[in-house]
Design a protein around this ligand. Structure first.
Ligand code: GDP
Length: 209
């Protein structure tokens, strides 16, 4: 088996670019943007670090749901292609006030609806928890409301927590609930990283301006 670190899609250079609390603070559009969304604690930071090939570039949330900002990370692959990965604020944290949830929704919806450089949105679902109402709302928003019409890639995180023998059935059930194909991932084993990069790169190929 070839070493994944030597694959053309493997990230050889990754760095933090900016964190934005408002649309006015977004960094300039400088290449294809790939956004990541999911409920707090779904494993978004862990997956982003895995995709970036870095252990702790994206901070794992110590207080779930606390950060209401978009964080941008530059990534350059071995074959020279460059992307901006965008960590959208985690949603669905029960202890948030209605006002906080509204401002999360506004920031994310405005970003998704207006950002011309946005090529793909990765929606993360916990492999054990199914599709929650907020997940379903986000999927619907991406289908109907996002003007930039990014590709949507749905990922089931923490697949290692499913019993091996039950993995396929659990993923099938999630796919039925989400109404689309999923990529199963694990930040523990690295499962799914190549599949996600392939899907993301195909999305940026297909919609290049
Ligand atoms: P975020 O809030 O969505 O950014 O989630 P984190 O990446 O901070 O992960 C939340 C918790 O789930 C942490 O304790 C992680 O160690 C754990 N976690 C994340 N991904 C995985 C995974 O693929 N497998 C397992 N077993 N645990 C994970």
């Amino acid at each position: 088996m070839t070493d994944p670190a030597l694959a053309p899609w493997a990230i050889v250079d990754a760095s933090f670019v900016a964190a934005s609390k408002t649309l006015a603070e977004l960094p300039p559009e400088q290449g294809p943007e790939l956004a990541f969304a999911g409920r707090s604690n779904v494993g978004k930071s862990s997956l982003l670090n895995l995709l970036l090939g870095r252990r702790r570039l994206v901070r794992t949330s110590t207080t779930p749901g606390c950060t209401r900002q978009l964080a941008f990370f530059h990534a350059r692959a071995r074959d020279g292609r460059a992307f901006l990965l965008v960590d959208l604020p985690g949603y669905g944290y029960a202890k948030r006030s209605k006002g906080e949830r509204r401002s999360w929704a506004r920031l994310v919806e405005d970003y998704l609806g207006t950002r011309a450089a946005l090529r793909a949105v990765v929606v993360l679902l916990d492999a054990r928890h199914g599709v929650t109402d907020t997940d379903a709302q986000l999927l619907e928003l991406l289908d109907t409301g996002a003007r930039a019409r990014p590709h949507v890639i749905v990922v089931a995180t923490k697949a290692d927590k499913l019993q091996k023998s039950r993995q396929r059935a659990a993923i099938d059930a999630l796919e039925r609930a989400a109404g689309r194909k999923l990529i199963a991932t694990s930040a523990v084993s690295g499962q799914g990283v190549e599949a996600i990069w392939r899907a993301l790169r195909a999305a940026t190929d297909a919609s290049a301006p």
